[in-house]
Design a protein around this ligand. Structure first.
Ligand code: ATP
Ligand code: MG
Length: 438
């Protein structure tokens, strides 16, 4: 993409209405614009990152055996009356009336809808176990939308729902999601700590919140210093019931709790290794037994012919909130530092002298070479000062920069810079392409 033809409204100054660094940087780097309180338009660069995050979530859901579908944002109030949650949910639910005076709502979550879809289709034990998910916009009329996309009113969520014959099966489904979440966040360069959590309005008795440490987070958290190691990927057979349980047990062995779930005995045990911080909730998983299946009349026939009420769980990831959490964890005073896995483009190509024919010819050629090599590149071909181009590239945080200037060209080299470390090396154009490709 040529920057001269792109839509990237960057801001030099920090916007006054943004309090935390990720919100400031998302506005400054032209990722989002607020269109109403807690509601954001995703500008081209922000949309690319959002799609990248969603794709990692999707791949890890699929790997764990979950099946993607897509449910609507608008739901009927009658559906929610079946579970009894229509009246219970409160003012966070945006209620809408259509032209026929039918009561509708913008879905804050989808337990009722998926339960009704599954109820109308599943007949026998052969239809279980299943985990279904979608990546869809939600609306919650938050009292205090703030911190940009961290606490929006409209936000993108991945929500998955599991159906099992019994509690043991449901626990396995829960463990699948637990491990899948660890891998999902690790792929985005994040250590998300699973913490025992309250189940809130979803209900049920087994629940973990996945929390990324950040000084600007909204939750107070307490944890063992062992959590301060980088996240790693678990390679795992998701059908291996005992193997998965072992991984979950390992991950829950080190103490970690939110304010509501603190455990004095375990904190004493951690002793000098106890840490306190703040964190951002990026995911939340629940097992709630037959709460929705029983109230909504979901029954299936077991192998012996008897009726069984499936056990369910639900599993959310805040896809749009993730973007804020990643920036909180990965930035410096010049701007964002995208992890390679979610970067909107892999490389920013800077032509230092757009007014110099030789420089422009070399930059155009390298742009084409990168594209041909399948590297996603944002090419700053504008007729601007080099300093302004550097500042923009550092602000938007692409993992690599390739800088072409007249002095290097005389020697047949370009400069390759790694955004995260600031390390610069001079290489031939071919070597630079090979390096960013690998
Ligand atoms: P919170 O405690 O932050 O209000 P929640 O517990 O109400 O969140 P869940 O129902 O568990 O949220 O939703 C699943 C995930 O959706 C959360 O872990 C979070 O990442 C994301 N999420 C929830 N509310 C918002 C919001 N207002 N804006 C952005 N993301 C959100
Ligand atoms: Mg939650």
């Amino acid at each position: 993409m040529r920057l001269s033809r792109y839509f990237l409204p960057v801001m030099k100054e920090s916007p006054a209405d943004a309090q935390i660094v990720s919100h400031k940087l998302m506005l400054r780097a032209g990722l989002v614009r607020q269109t109403a309180a807690g509601i954001y338009a995703w500008l081209p660069l922000g949309n690319r990152v959002l799609q990248r995050i969603a794709q990692i979530v999707r791949e890890e859901q699929d790997r764990a055996g979950a099946i993607e579908l897509l449910m609507p944002t608008l739901q009927s109030a009658d559906l929610w009356r079946q579970s009894g949650r229509y009246d219970a949910y409160g003012p966070e639910m945006l209620r809408i009336t259509d032209r026929h005076e039918r009561e509708m709502l913008y879905g804050p979550t989808n337990e009722e809808m998926i339960t009704s879809i599954f109820r109308d289709a599943a007949r026998s034990y052969r239809d279980l176990p299943r985990t279904l998910y979608h990546i869809q916009w939600k609306f919650r009329d938050e009292v205090r939308p703030r911190f940009g996309v961290m606490r929006g009113r409209e936000f993108l969520m991945k929500d998955a729902y599991s159906f099992d014959l019994d509690e043991a099966g449901a626990r396995h489904s829960y463990n699948r999601m637990f491990v899948s979440y660890l891998n999902t966040f690790a792929r985005m360069g994040l250590r998300a700590i699973p913490m025992q959590a309250d189940t809130g309005p979803i209900g049920g008795d087994l629940s973990h919140e996945f929390i990324v440490l950040a000084p600007t987070g909204e939750s107070d958290v307490f944890y063992h210093s062992n959590w301060e190691r980088p996240a790693e990927l678990s390679s795992v057979d998701f059908d291996d019931v005992d193997g998965l349980q072992t991984i979950v047990d390992t991950y829950t062995a080190d103490y970690a709790a939110t304010d509501e779930k603190r455990d004095e005995a375990r904190e004493a045990e951690a002793g000098a290794e106890l840490r306190q911080s703040r964190g951002v909730e990026v995911g939340h998983i629940f097992y709630f037994g037959t709460k929705y299946s029983a109230s909504m009349g979901l029954k299936i026939q077991a192998s012996d012919g008897s009726d069984v009420i499936p056990h369910m769980g639900s599993y959310g990831i805040g896809v749009s909130r993730m973007m804020g959490a990643i920036i909180e964890a990965s930035h410096d005073d010049r701007g964002i530092i995208w992890p390679d896995s979610v970067a909107p483009f892999a490389v920013g190509l800077i032509n230092m002298r757009a007014d110099d024919a030789a420089c422009s010819a070399a930059a155009d050629a390298l742009y084409k070479q990168l594209q041909d090599a399948g590297v996603e590149v944002l090419y700053d071909d504008r007729d601007e000062r080099g300093g302004a181009k550097f500042a923009t590239m550092d602000l938007i945080g692409l993992p690599w920069q390739i800088i072409i200037g007249p002095k290097g060209l005389e020697k047949g080299v370009v400069e390759l810079k790694r955004r995260a470390t600031g390390d610069r090396v001079e290489l031939s154009p071919d070597e630079a392409v090979a390096k960013v490709k690998g």
